[in-house]
Design a protein around this ligand. Structure first.
Ligand SMILES: Cc1cc2nc3c(=O)[nH]c(=O)nc-3n(C[C@H](O)[C@H](O)[C@H](O)COP(=O)(O)OP(=O)(O)OC[C@H]3O[C@@H](n4cnc5c(N)ncnc54)[C@H](O)[C@@H]3O)c2cc1C
Length: 385
């Protein structure tokens, strides 16, 4: 695989890196502490074309490839992990199912506003009793008097408190497991649709994570995405793409942690020399650099496979591998970075503890590491049967 970046990919990488260094990183600590949603950054990312990276220009998108998208999320997350997941959830989880499974009318109605960043999107699968097991969804959608009527609660939804549009999974036929699930588009302001509890989190504190509550929420018949019963298929397709976004987020956090730790190791003097001269520190730097590069190759490879066509059988395993390895790399790299900072790593005046907190979620959302291993193993086993 050729990872020499094209002119356009390099241009987006440079643009996002400059934005991350000049605008995101200097304010990341403020947003982490205040838990405010970074509206100023999201607005600018919309102007930069980063709120609809891979979607065609006819729908208001930037028409770029999936590798460019992964690079953009990596660079944005290097500056601010919260902004990274806001962009990733919006692009991969809300726009993607509308683009791949929506009708022409749905695409024309929703994509331009979402691609420009005028509207923010979210995606609701998780429920209090349906996390890793999405087939355990309890939210129901009943067809009554020409409308879908939704009842139930989604929880832990990224962008939930700020979203204008939610793509939501619900049961349309009970007793037949995942075949009875369908996906719906619900607009903010629809009577019966409200935002519930806002979560107080360990990391990515500037991202909005909330409940979505549906109480006799009536939506038009045409707001179903795909066909009745397609919901699980749409969810799995969407999560495959989303996992590459989260791999890129994990990569960006790991790179930021290594950058900070290496600079610190060159400045911090103990025993009359910079700690970077100690072999123990050098070994940590070597491990961080090697694992980050391996995670980057897996992530870029999965992104290129996604970019080569929508058939998820070709990239599902690679997306899971990229997410698993990049998130666990991020965990190890942020752990080592904090160690290199010593006691200062534990203090909020330095960024190492924020990187450590921010990285942890990448092993959990869009499928935990255990679920990624299940996906990888089932793909590998089927290759031998
Ligand atoms: C900050 C944040 C943002 C999120 N954003 C979104 C979002 O935008 N949209 C959305 O729909 N969801 C979102 N989620 C939900 C997230 O995807 C789930 O939390 C995750 O999938 C795990 O589900 P759970 O929390 O119910 O854990 P559980 O499924 O209860 O799992 C608990 C533990 O059991 C393990 N486990 C479960 N089943 C198995 C199995 N079969 N084999 C081995 N181990 C297993 C898990 O790996 C985990 O270690 C978010 C969560 C958080 C915390």
């Amino acid at each position: 695989m050729d990872f020499n970046l094209s002119e356009e990919q390099q241009m987006v990488k440079d643009m996002c890196r400059k934005f991350a260094e000049n605008e995101l990183a200097p304010k990341a600590e403020h947003y982490d502490r205040t838990h405010e949603f970074p509206w100023e950054h999201v607005k600018k990312l919309g102007e930069m074309g980063m709120m609809g990276v891979v979607y065609p220009e006819e729908y208001g998108g930037s028409g770029m490839d999936y590798l460019t998208y992964a690079i953009a999320v990596e660079e944005i997350s290097r500056g601010c992990a919260s902004t990274g997941v806001i962009v990733s959830a919006h692009n991969s989880l809300c726009l993607s199912p509308i683009y791949y499974f929506g009708t022409e009318e749905q695409k024309k109605k929703y994509l331009p506003k979402l691609c420009s960043g005028e509207w923010i999107g979210c995606f609701g699968i998780t429920e209090p009793n349906a996390g890793s097991d999405a087939a355990g969804t309890k939210t129901v959608a009943e067809f009554k008097n020409g409308k879908w009527v939704l009842n139930g609660t989604k929880n832990f939804i990224t962008n939930g408190g700020v979203a204008n549009v939610a793509v939501v999974l619900a049961v349309t036929e009970k007793g037949i497991g995942h075949k009875g699930l369908s996906m719906f588009i619900v607009e903010k302001g629809t009577p019966g649709f409200s935002v519930g509890k806002t979560e107080d989190k360990l990391g990515i504190c500037a991202s909005s994570t909330t409940e979505l509550v549906f109480e006799n929420c009536e939506i038009p018949e045409e707001n179903i995405l795909g066909k009745k019963g397609d919901g699980f298929k749409i969810a799995m397709h969407t999560l495959d793409g989303g996992r590459v976004g989260i791999a890129a987020q994990a990569l960006g956090i790991a790179q930021a942690a290594m950058d900070a730790a290496v600079k610190y190791s060159l400045e911090r003097v103990q025993f009359n020399q910079p700690i970077a001269r100690q072999q123990a520190i050098q070994w940590m730097i070597a491990d961080m650099a090697t694992e980050i590069q391996a995670a980057r190759l897996l992530t870029y490879q999965a992104a290129m496979l996604i970019g080569s066509g929508p058939d998820r059988r070709r990239y599902s395993k690679n997306a899971a591998m990229a997410k698993l390895f990049a998130s666990e790399t991020s965990h190890r790299a942020t752990h080592k970075a904090l160690q290199i900072f010593g006691g200062y790593g534990y203090i909020k005046d330095y960024p190492a503890e924020r990187f450590y907190r921010d990285s942890r979620i990448t092993e959990i959302y869009e499928g935990t590491s255990e679920i990624q291993r299940l996906v990888i193993a089932s793909n590998v086993l089927s290759e031998y049967q």
